[in-house]
Design a binder for this molecule. Structure first.
Ligand SMILES: Cc1cc2nc3c(=O)[nH]c(=O)nc-3n(C[C@H](O)[C@H](O)[C@H](O)COP(=O)(O)OP(=O)(O)OC[C@H]3O[C@@H](n4cnc5c(N)ncnc54)[C@H](O)[C@@H]3O)c2cc1C
Length: 452
């Protein structure tokens, strides 16, 4: 990172830290040849939600594969829950109580930017009747509520919209809550094992069972397989020949791409957590043009063209202080900032081995230094009064689809593989709702395969 006179604090290496990955109990691997109603590859926010809801809808013999070898798009302690995903989610409290695991922190959310930027979020809040407030950033109503936010260098005319329902989830805790509820719903029959699914083979046109082979060569069969592998779903489905079977929808699913992302963790003192930042919600901020231009290097988004990419390029999101227990980053409170242009992995000559290697290398790096520099500058522009103790950048990734929506696609000649991909970097907050939708598709497939 280039030296900066505005720099405070020291960058520490985040590397491939799996900080505080509170991995819960896992079951022993079942004997090779075991058969299941459903096998779910992936135990992230979406896979765990699908497995739980599949059990809640009646499936019993469910096997979830939780890879230790592969990286994860949710290996962090905070993911924003947008107000529309949080509103009406009263069942989260029930989930937390029943599972004994708290995963949601309600902090409210705040969007700041031009009239157009703010209106985009505000119109959705109005449409769903979510209580919110809106003001110019120059107004007292804003200044008195968000004292931590500087209004210096903020363009005249900037507006803000805020609500009390948004917040963030701890993805690790959320999946442990889902796993506990899955076990309860399946009356103890469903299991989560540490294993990587290496191969998925459709049962074919005759309605045979689908076969899933794991890392030690053991093969299991199931009526329906769910690939909830995060950004690995599309490359693995392709490797297994599930994309190029001539089906138009499958081909479209194959357009899912993986984007490199970089976040910056900025350490703050506990006195500021309980002081200046005590009322801080999650923030989405349209970075003023002048600040973007002043950031040392600007990148042209390689994903230019999609609305999602264009928005990501000119806005950042910031999470309120979250406690990280160490060792990496070292134990302490951190504000997280992310955003910037999408930088896609090259899919030319993509193979599973190449993709896995590239992702492993990227995820064990400190991310993109240029993006980290920009995030640094924007952070200090937003919070000039906060005394950040250290800064550490962290690599991450997520999958995007060409039309900007999450892809849930039935694959395989036997229509027995349900693949989920393309979360667009916002799949953790609504993961439970996504899980309900995918579980219904799975139950429909199970019913269609059941003997008359
Ligand atoms: C920098 C960044 C910031 C983000 N911020 C937000 C946010 O603020 N709000 C939000 O809602 N979302 C956010 N997201 C997106 C969110 O993290 C993802 O949408 C979410 O993690 C997707 O969940 P998933 O279960 O599909 O995938 P993952 O979280 O990646 O989980 C998939 C799991 O499956 C495992 N796996 C993969 N392949 C296999 C296999 N073959 N066999 C067994 N296991 C396998 C992986 O190791 C992993 O543990 C962000 C993403 C990034 C990168």
């Amino acid at each position: 990172m280039a030296p900066s006179t505005r720099r405070r604090g020291t960058r520490v290496r985040a590397g491939d830290a799996r900080e505080a990955a509170t991995r819960g109990a896992r079951d022993a691997r079942p004997p090779p040849g075991s058969s299941f109603d459903v096998i779910v590859l992936g135990n992230g926010p979406i896979g765990s939600a699908v497995a739980r809801h599949v059990c809640a809808l009646g499936a019993r013999r469910v096997l979830v594969l939780d890879s230790e070898r592969l990286t994860s798009g949710s290996d962090d302690l905070g993911r924003i829950v947008r107000p529309l995903d949080a509103e009406g989610r009263d069942e989260w409290t029930d989930m937390e109580q029943r599972s004994g695991t708290t995963f949601f922190t309600k902090r409210g959310s705040l969007a700041i930017g031009s009239e157009t930027f703010v209106e985009r979020g505000a119109s959705r809040l109005r449409a769903r009747d979510v209580a919110h407030r809106r003001a110019k950033t120059a107004d007292d109503a804003f200044g008195e509520r968000f004292t931590f936010f500087t209004r210096k260098d903020v363009p005249e005319g900037y507006e803000a919209v805020w609500d009390d329902v948004g917040g963030y989830v701890n993805p690790h805790s959320m999946r442990e809550a889902q796993n506990a509820l899955m076990r309860e719903a399946s009356e103890g029959n469903a299991m989560v094992v540490r294993a990587t699914g290496e191969r998925v083979e459709s049962g074919g046109a005759n309605g045979d069972k689908c076969t899933v082979t794991i890392d030690d060569g053991s093969a299991y069969t199931c009526d329906v397989c769910v690939m909830a592998c995060g950004y690995y779903t599309e490359p693995l489905a392709r490797e297994c020949g599930l994309i190029d079977d001539g089906d138009e929808d499958a081909t479209r699913f194959g357009e899912v791409r993986i984007a490199r992302r970089t976040v910056l963790l900025a350490e703050v003192l506990e006195s500021e957590v309980t002081g200046a930042l005590a009322g801080m919600p999650t923030i989405k901020y349209e970075v003023p043009r002048a600040i973007l231009d002043a950031a040392r290097v600007r990148r042209v988004s390689k994903g230019a063209g999609s609305d999602h990419s264009a928005n990501e390029a000119k806005s950042v999101y910031v999470l309120p202080p979250i406690y990280y227990p160490g060792p990496v980053p070292s134990a302490g409170w951190y504000v997280k900032i992310g955003g910037g242009p999408l930088d896609y992995f090259d899919k030319t000559d993509a193979s599973w081995i190449k993709t896995e290697r590239e992702l492993a290398e990227w995820m064990s790096s400190d991310g993109d230094e240029v993006v980290a520099d920009q995030l640094h500058d924007i952070l200090f522009h937003m919070f000039p009064g906060i005394n950040f103790q250290s800064l550490s950048s962290k690599a991450c990734a997520y999958a995007t689809s060409s039309d900007g929506s999450l892809q849930v696609q039935t694959l395989g000649v036997g229509r027995d593989v349900i693949a989920v991909a393309g979360c667009q970097g916002k799949g953790a907050g609504p993961a439970d709702a996504i899980g309900v939708d995918v579980a219904r598709v799975v139950i429909d497939r199970l019913a269609a395969r059941a003997p008359p």
